[in-house]
Ligand binder design. Structure first.
Ligand code: ACO
Length: 327
């Protein structure tokens, strides 16, 4: 059997770091009240990073990709597929794809396939599942998967219930065909009946914006759905791999809200020490959050070769999914 295996990770955070105190002062200047206490107690977030006006998702993704390629020990031209998961692609109309722009910026000239995947905060697990299927089928061998976002561009800084929650960043992994077990199971789901609870409800008509270009969210509805699906999909992945919870070494959930994350770990019967947490320093970076957290835990020595890692995404659409990987 051919498996796909993660052989390199990388991440990138833009230089500008914005603390809750910075945001509180920025919003107060507009007569909007918030506080470090409110943000931390409701979400677990203390700080986030914002991209410079000149930086797009592709720029963040390229920096993460360079590090992942270096760790994997392969050149860009060894890749035969690039998948970028992003809800904030370089172009409003979504094309050319951010994956094609990344390919060009990495100087790759081998005509490898390149495509974007859109599943909001589940984008990374959807992209990994896609890459895994391509590798298992024998169609592709070396795949670069990137989650990259500039959510600060779609935040309404007059809406305190959303603008404090999100940040910018990118994470990347290199996956390759292997005879050794790597990705052990992937499970994906969506329920389009809930598409209105988290959206950017805008479009282009006659060359102008129709609707809103900002993120709109029914926070409590998202919260309720997220906690109801995450444990179940992790169990599905475990069953598929013929494994049990106690075999999970690390839980790396989408970093949206520490309360959702803690509840998932608890339902899975996992001690909180087994969960990688970056939401406090990164905020919610949507499709970038899982590969960012994975890279940090790989580089600080927590996630080691042979560890079983459960990655879980949940987000707009409504979408959710899990990837169980042996590192
Ligand atoms: N500062 C101070 N007060 C605020 C702020 C703020 N930044 N934002 C909202 N409030 C107020 C509201 O106006 C409301 O006041 P009211 O009761 O007088 O009307 C009150 O706080 C709401 O408080 P709670 O109901 O206690 O808020 P809750 O505990 O529901 O937390 C939150 C809100 C953080 C949005 C929560 O619902 C949540 O995390 N939801 C999930 C969000 C999420 O994870 N989204 C990402 C999904 S992934 C993706 O696809 C992008």
């Amino acid at each position: 059997r051919t498996y796909s295996k993660i052989i390199g990770t990388g991440s990138y955070l833009p230089e500008k770091r914005v603390t809750n105190q910075d945001l509180t002062e920025q919003l107060a200047a507009k007569g909007i009240e918030t506080s470090d206490e409110w943000i931390v107690s409701r979400s677990g977030i203390s700080a986030r990073h914002y991209a410079a006006p000149t930086q797009n998702s592709s720029d963040l993704g390229v920096e993460a990709a360079k590090k992942a390629l270096e760790m994997a020990g392969i050149e860009g031209n060894d890749l035969d597929l690039i998948i970028v998961a992003s809800s904030t692609p370089d172009f409003f109309g979504s094309f050319p794809s951010t994956a094609c722009i990344v390919q060009n910026k990495l100087g790759i000239t081998n005509n490898c396939a390149a495509v974007d995947v859109q599943a909001v905060c589940s984008g990374f697990v959807y992209a990994v599942a896609t890459a895994d299927s391509f590798i298992q089928s024998g169609m592709h061998k070396n795949v670069l998967v990137i989650g990259a976002e500039v959510f600060s561009r779609i935040l309404d800084f007059n809406d305190r219930s959303t603008c404090v929650l999100f940040g910018d960043g990118a994470g990347a992994i290199v996956m390759t065909a292997s005879q050794e077990p790597g990705i052990l199971a992937t499970k994906l789901h969506a329920d389009g009946r809930h598409s209105d609870i988290l959206s950017v409800p805008g479009n282009v008509a006659d060359g102008a914006l129709a609707g809103s270009a900002f993120l709109h969210m029914d926070g409590p509805a998202v919260f309720k759905l997220a906690v109801s699906v995450l444990e179940k999909v992790a169990q599905e992945a475990l069953t598929h791999a013929n494994m049990t919870q106690d075999q999970i070494d690390w839980l790396i959930p989408h970093q949206a809200n520490i309360r959702i994350m803690n509840s998932t770990a608890k339902k899975l019967g996992l001690p909180l020490e087994k969960m990688v947490v970056t939401v406090d320093q990164h905020g919610n970076t949507s499709a970038a959050s899982i590969p960012l957290a994975l890279d940090i835990a790989v580089r600080d020595g927590r996630v080691k070769k042979g560890d079983n890692v459960m990655m879980e995404g949940v987000g707009g659409g409504f979408t959710w999914g899990a990837v169980l990987a042996r590192m």
